[in-house]
Design a protein around this ligand. Structure first.
Ligand code: IPT
Length: 977
């Protein structure tokens, strides 16, 4: 290509022309051409220009396709900003400095493609794609998360080598409507391929498969020569059953004078008897093959589809799938990978969905753009309801753009192309017009297009729902708010004015140690007609694997350099600000239910239990009542085991026979055990596992652990012994062979992201809770007993703390009382903290577990006997914060390998944490790799611990989970093992 001549694709400056959505691009369609195509993935010649109109030089490096150059060793690094654009220009303008990647490679066009129609498909490129072949301008495309196809038939010669150049401009008018909350990258993020068809080809196939077995397949046929040849016809087959051509349709077409010889339309039909319907619980798929024939019967083109028979409708305020009001247990999912940034493989996507299935999720919102096509195939196959979202987010300039006619075409184009591509997926049940783009005429235009083109699915758009959840506008059939307080949802459902299903498009923000009150939300959703669920924000923590020494993304070379949520030594999970940017949104990018390596966070176990298909409703008359909480399935795919955990005994197990229950049914089953007289507090757990291999879980995978208490604890009596001395030092601090510090009063925790962004942490710092001054007021010594009174002073007020240490049979009783003045209402915790000698590395406890739990996120952690190495108790949230807590702990031992150590018994179930870090250690670190573990343990026993809530984006925890001012009392015994 001679760069001296003005290139029309450059001269047009399409990167600042929102009216130009494409040029030379083929219409989107639902015919999958991946099979039989030539893959152009791999290393391409590459150079990064400072601007799209800068001359292409001689110096080429290489870049891997699909991939973003921001993760492949260039100086243009990833950048994280949420709402704000990374540049000041007003739409549609962009900065003059505009990184532009030029990808080039030679392609050998197969000789056997002579006479065929040859098409180039670029899976996705952000944000403007310019295509040249052998120096000739071929096309332009925008819409960074959908494929662009270009007809190369007249441009390339089969049997010869050709040069394909893909120029990708990073900043454009389109960036202003791709302002999603994620890393900014540049590059080609999905596969590139070349394929050939007969000149007579299937231009599109539209499948309508209803739950009564009625199947309709509409075929669109074109010929690249122009007019269609005489006598073409289509045939189809569904798992061996032949479809019939709809003669009525053909006759109407033949008589319709508007229909020309250039556009072929045909309809195939079938009535499938005893159809196996598709739902997320029962993802039954049928194989459909459509063939396009020439007049002589030979096959010119064919298209394969895996289809599902199902209906989606809204009746009143219920969203129905196959007539059932299904609960939407959803999550928002981005295309993310810690090594590639944006490019995800089939195996990655499958692993995402398999994990979500195992933790009880049944729905995905493709936040905030159409995902890789394979994701929808997997959602069809594994069973997910999908809200398919168009690539439109104009967040920073939302108001200006929503009504800007220059962007009208882009809005309609993006929504229409998504619908055209994904319309045949049974998993897609709702179309979304995009995210956070205010609401304007451009949205209504897009909604109008969808309603005409696909009347079989509802449309949603949060920006429109903002106008009022019952607003009858064109753009949203669903009341789909984000982060709405539960009481507002309940009030709406009970107001009598509700007209649409209420399904939150985002709720329960998973940033750091979060997702408090999730179980309360679900208790309300399940109990309240009109509430149907929502989508947790979000699946991933988007931490990029980064080398600490040079600050570069590890890239594809970092494979395997992480595990269990943690980056390998010398690496860390980068978030906003870690690539040298001064203007960024920090750790707000780390707000998922899984770590960057897909390790589940503790909230996943909470969710699994909330979504339990089998529940224990109650315990009565020596039996338990079980229920089936699914919508479509029986219990035959599940097995059970009873576990009886006795506080003062071990755990007894017995096989469980699950009753044959249809959805919604209950049955009483006899208690499998005689409850021993002397076991103390007793809990019965039904350990439910898969009874056979499921596509997403091998046989024996835990599905849920419903639990019921059979007997309460009886009060513990302590027998004081006066002959044993209790010693405290001159500061009134306990002297104990196993303790190196404390126990003292603790009112503070290392702020969680919710504490920071919700403003609590600042208040706690203002009150001085992180550094209270302890002043001993009195020490009273008696035989076998010492009482210590100390004041803890800070700018927020004085807290009086009393400790009475009493020698009792077998150990030491510690009785404590703290009096918080009214000024200190809503602190992080009230409790004791102490530190132990080194070597006590195993925690065994009776209480909730085994995973981390908190007062408002403890529904999924069953009570039982648990044990974990201390180092495994801690959850490595990307930005260190309060972590590793266990709720409802009744007693624990902390021991060395030789079984020496200490034992603690609490007056009642309490929040306990055992870690290697003081709260101050955690609060002063910005990344997990900066933490240095202490040799001993830092142990917190809390009389009260503040709930986690979700205040980093959304509602705080409920009042009942706050730690109020006033008097708090707690006691515990300490025994040496
Ligand atoms: C909402 C966004 O839709 C989502 O992309 C993400 O940013 C989320 O919040 C927070 O992590 S928008 C917000 C302004 C409520």
């Amino acid at each position: 290509m001679t760069d001296a001549l003005p290139d029309p694709l450059i001269a047009l400056r399409p990167w600042e022309a929102p009216e130009v959505t494409s040029w030379g691009r083929l219409p989107m369609n639902a015919v999958d051409r991946r099979a039989g195509a030539v893959s152009l993935d791999g290393d391409w010649r590459f150079q990064l220009l400072p601007a799209p109109d800068a001359p292409v030089g001689e110096g080429w490096s290489s870049a891997y396709v699909p991939g973003v150059w921001t993760m492949q060793g260039t100086d243009d690094l990833p950048r994280y900003l949420n709402v704000r654009m990374p540049f000041a220009q007003f739409p549609p303008a962009v900065p003059a400095a505009d990184p532009t990647g030029v990808y080039e490679r030679a392609v050998d066009v197969p000789a056997e493609w002579a006479g065929r129609r040859i098409v180039l498909q670029v899976g996705a490129a952000e944000s403007v794609l310019l295509v040249h072949v052998d120096g000739l301008p071929v096309g332009i495309s925008k819409d960074s998360h959908l494929a662009a196809e270009f007809d190369l038939s007249g441009v390339v010669r089969p049997g010869e080598r050709t040069t394909v150049r893909l120029t990708v401009v990073k900043w454009s008018d389109a960036s202003h409507i791709e302002d999603q909350d994620q890393w900014w990258h540049g590059g080609i993020t999905r596969s590139v391929l070349l394929y050939a068809t007969d000149p007579l080809y299937l231009a599109d196939v539209t499948v309508r498969a209803r739950r009564d077995g009625d199947l309709r397949v509409d075929c669109l046929v074109r010929d690249s020569g122009g007019a269609l040849p005489e006598g073409w016809y289509v045939s189809g087959e569904l798992d061996g059953q032949l479809l019939t051509q709809d003669a009525e349709f053909d006759r109407a077409n033949a008589e319709d004078e508007r229909v020309s010889g250039f556009l072929g339309e045909a309809r195939l039909r079938a009535a499938v008897p005893d159809v196996r319907t598709w739902t997320a619980e029962t993802p039954e798929l049928y194989g459909l093959t459509v063939r396009l024939h020439r007049a002589d019967g030979t096959v010119a083109d064919r298209s394969h589809h895996r289809i599902g028979f199902r209906d989606v409708e809204i009746t009143g305020r219920d969203l129905l799938v196959n007539g059932e009001r299904v609960f939407i247990r959803g999550v928002n999912r981005h295309d993310f990978h810690p090594l590639t940034g944006r490019t995800v493989s089939y195996d990655d996507m499958r692993a995402d969905l398999v994990l979500l299935k195992r933790f009880g999720f049944n729905a995905i919102r493709t936040a905030h753009y159409p995902n890789d096509p394979a994701l929808y195939d997997l959602a069809d196959e594994l069973g997910f309801y999908v809200v398919d979202e168009a690539d439109i987010e104009s967040h920073d300039h939302a108001h200006e753009i929503a009504d800007d006619p220059r962007y009208l075409g882009a809005f309609v184009d993006r929504v229409a192309r998504m619908v055209l591509r994904d319309k045949n997926h049974p998993s897609v049940i709702i179309w979304s017009l995009g995210n956070e783009s205010d609401y304007g005429a451009n949205h209504d235009a897009a909604a109008g297009w969808v309603r005409r083109h696909d009347p079989t699915r509802p449309v949603q758009y949060e920006g429109a729902a903002k106008r009022g959840w019952a607003d009858p506008g064109l753009a949203s059939d669903i009341a789909c708010p984000m982060y709405a307080p539960l009481q507002d949802c309940l009030a709406h459902a009970m107001s009598g004015t509700q007209t649409k299903p209420l399904i939150q498009c985002e709720y329960s923000h998973a940033m750091g140690n979060s997702n408090g009150t999730l179980a309360d939300h679900w208790a309300a959703i399940e109990a309240t007609p009109g509430l149907q669920g929502g989508f947790i924000w979000e699946f991933w923590d988007h931490g990029i694997l980064q080398r600490v020494n040079d600050g570069r993304p590890a890239g594809r070379g970092g494979a395997g350099l992480y595990g269990n949520g943690v980056a390998a030594p010398g690496h860390r999970w980068a978030y906003g600000g870690d690539f040298g940017e001064t203007d960024h949104d920090g750790a707000f990018i780390a707000d998922g239910v899984v770590f960057p390596d897909r390790t589940p966070k503790p909230v996943m176990f909470e969710h699994r239990e909330i979504a339990a298909p089998v529940r224990i409703e109650c315990f009565r008359h020596e039996g338990v009542v079980l229920s089936n909480h699914q919508h479509f399935r029986g219990l035959d795919w599940l097995s059970g085991e009873w576990q009886l955990a006795l506080a003062d005994g071990g755990t007894l197990t017995a096989p469980a026979e699950l009753p044959d229950l249809r959805p919604g049914e209950t049955a009483a089953v006899p208690l499998p055990f005689e409850l021993p007289e002397d076991g103390g507090e007793a809990w019965l757990t039904l350990r439910v596992t898969t009874s056979r291999d499921e596509p997403w879980a091998p046989r024996g995978t835990v599905v849920c652990l419903p639990q019921v208490r059979l007997r309460h604890a009886s009060p513990v009596k302590h027998a004081p012994v006066t002959h044993r001395a209790v010693e405290v030092d001159e500061d009134g601090l306990l002297i104990h062979p196993l303790l190196t510090a404390g126990p003292t009063l603790s009112l503070w925790r290392a702020p969680t992201d919710n504490d920071e962004l919700g403003g609590m942490a600042a208040r706690w710092r203002d009150w001085g809770l992180d550094a209270l001054t302890r002043k001993v007021v009195a020490v009273r010594r008696e035989p076998g007993r010492v009482a210590v009174v100390a004041d803890h002073l800070g700018p927020g007020g004085a807290v009086r703390h009393e400790q009475v240490f009493t020698a009792v049979e077998g150990g030491l009783l510690v009785e404590e009382c703290a009096e918080l003045p009214e000024t200190l209402d809503d602190v992080a915790r009230v409790g004791s903290v102490f530190e132990t000698v080194a070597g006590l590395n195993l925690l065994e406890w009776f209480g909730q577990g085994p995973w981390e739990s908190y007062p408002d996120r403890g529904a999924g952690a069953p009570v039982g006997h648990h044990s974990l190495p201390v180092d495994e108790l801690f959850t490595p949230y990307l930005r260190p914060q309060e972590s590793g807590g266990r709720h409802g702990v009744r007693r624990f031992t902390l021991s060395a390998p030789d079984a020496t150590g200490l034992a603690v018994r609490l007056d009642r179930p309490r929040q306990v944490s055992v870690t290697r870090h003081r709260a101050a250690d955690l609060a002063s670190a910005a990344h997990h790799d900066e933490l240095v573990s202490r040799a001993g343990c830092v142990v917190h026993i809390d009389a009260a611990h503040r709930g986690l809530g979700t205040a980093s984006c959304g509602p705080d925890t409920f009042a009942s989970y706050l730690v109020p001012a006033g008097v708090h009392r707690w006691s515990w015994t300490l025994r040496v093992l």
